[in-house]
Design a protein around this ligand. Structure first.
Ligand code: SMG
Ligand code: MG
Length: 358
């Protein structure tokens, strides 16, 4: 799906979103799930072709061999495969969609949503110039986004942050995301971000290095927020206990599914650690589920749950429209949205693979 504008991060530039969809057919009806892996293994080790492979050869056969599958069983049925959380999450989402549709309840109800709409932020890529960045940000501010996140990397950090801060004023919510682009040699440099009153700095160092984030958190006033590093509730607890992170970005795909995402929300809520819902340039299908997740009580910061128009000219489902800086939580059964079959048929680059129960 072509993006309405290129999106550049510290790991590269994207002009389109290649999407893997999973559909499950059950006796009770069907369910759809979106896999958040990118085309290339640059955000994490997972990538789309790898997800297709592991689903086809390992995960789907195990799921299809199970007699009756509920969403709560999926993680343990698939637990024999190490890692591959984004692939597992796509399957679990599809099962959960089928199950909740059949039961007539929405994802929001299933998760325990406490609000009808969620506060939205927007993630702004690395720009070709400061002027282009300010233009883009002012457009988003005019649209009503409640928080701006700037992608940063060495050579694109203090200046763009200073420029945006002075344009949007001291009270507007502003945060940065480095996608692991720095090392501990940059700690003194990153401390200079303290001058800009940021809400948080997201994932400055490599995902495995919790200790490096502990060092940074002790060295700067800006709260450190982990994204890539947090792959489970157990890792979240460890990172919080070690003071590596005081805010957590929750992405269901990264942690193996919405059920683990809810568990991370719960352990953070118990520990008074604020959370927010991350994004992976999802279509309306993944966005619907993210917005439902973001309606849980611990999601007290605006998420990367932006309107369809921020990503795509034509979304794969009903489009999500920003109203007063918020998106409405879908209320229909399952994800509450419908995948548009004509768009799937028109845009697919690979014929569907049918994996049947034997
Ligand atoms: O969905 O609005 C979105 C993208 C939000 O910046 C975003 N995601 O590290 O948080 C992150 C990135 C990962 C994807 S970048 C291609
Ligand atoms: Mg991030």
């Amino acid at each position: 799906m072509p993006l309405v504008r290129p999106f550049e991060t510290s790991f590269g530039r994207q002009t389109a979103r290649e999407v893997l969809l999973v559909r499950v057919l059950a006796e009770e009806g069907e369910g759809w799930g979106e896999c958040v892996a990118m085309s290339a293994p640059v955000y994490s080790s997972e990538y789309l072709a790898g997800c297709v492979d592991v689903i086809r050869d390992h995960l789907a056969p195990a799921l299809l061999a199970a007699r009756t599958v509920r969403a709560v069983d999926v993680a343990s049925i698939l637990g024999f495969v190490i890692g591959h959380r984004m692939a597992k999450a796509a399957l679990e989402s599809a099962v959960l969609d089928a199950q909740t549709r059949a039961a007539g309840i929405s994802f929001g109800e299933y998760f325990g949503a406490v609000r009808p709409e969620v506060d939205c932020g927007v993630s702004v890529g690395i720009s070709s110039s400061l002027d282009a960045l300010l233009d883009e940000v002012s457009g988003y501010v005019d649209e009503g986004y409640r928080r701006i996140k700037l992608k940063i990397k060495p050579g694109w950090d203090l200046e763009p942050v200073a420029a945006v801060r002075s344009m949007i004023g001291p009270d507007a919510l502003l945060q940065v995301d480095a996608n692991t682009a720095y090392t501990t040699a940059d700690i003194d440099h990153l401390r200079e971000l303290d001058a800009f009153g940021l809400l948080l700095i997201e994932q400055p160092f490599v995902e495995e290095d919790i200790a490096a984030h502990v060092r940074l958190a002790h060295a700067i006033d800006t709260p450190v927020c982990l994204d890539e590093s947090i792959v489970s509730a157990a890792v979240a607890i460890d990172a919080i206990d070690r003071d590596a992170t005081s805010i957590i970005n929750i992405k269901a795909g990264r942690v193996g599914g919405y059920l683990e995402a809810v568990r991370i929300h719960d352990v953070c809520l118990e520990r008074d650690v604020p959370v927010w819902c991350g994004g992976m340039l999802e279509t309306g299908l993944g966005r619907a589920a993210n917005v439902a997740l973001a309606a849980l009580p611990g999601f007290t910061l605006p998420g990367d749950t932006s309107a369809s128009s921020r990503y795509f000219a034509d979304d794969l489902t009903e489009s999500f429209v920003l109203v007063d800086g918020r998106l409405a939580v879908p209320t229909g059964p399952g994800t509450g949205v419908t995948v548009r079959p004509e768009l799937v048929a028109a845009w697919r680059t690979t014929a569907p693979e049918l994996l049947a129960r034997v």
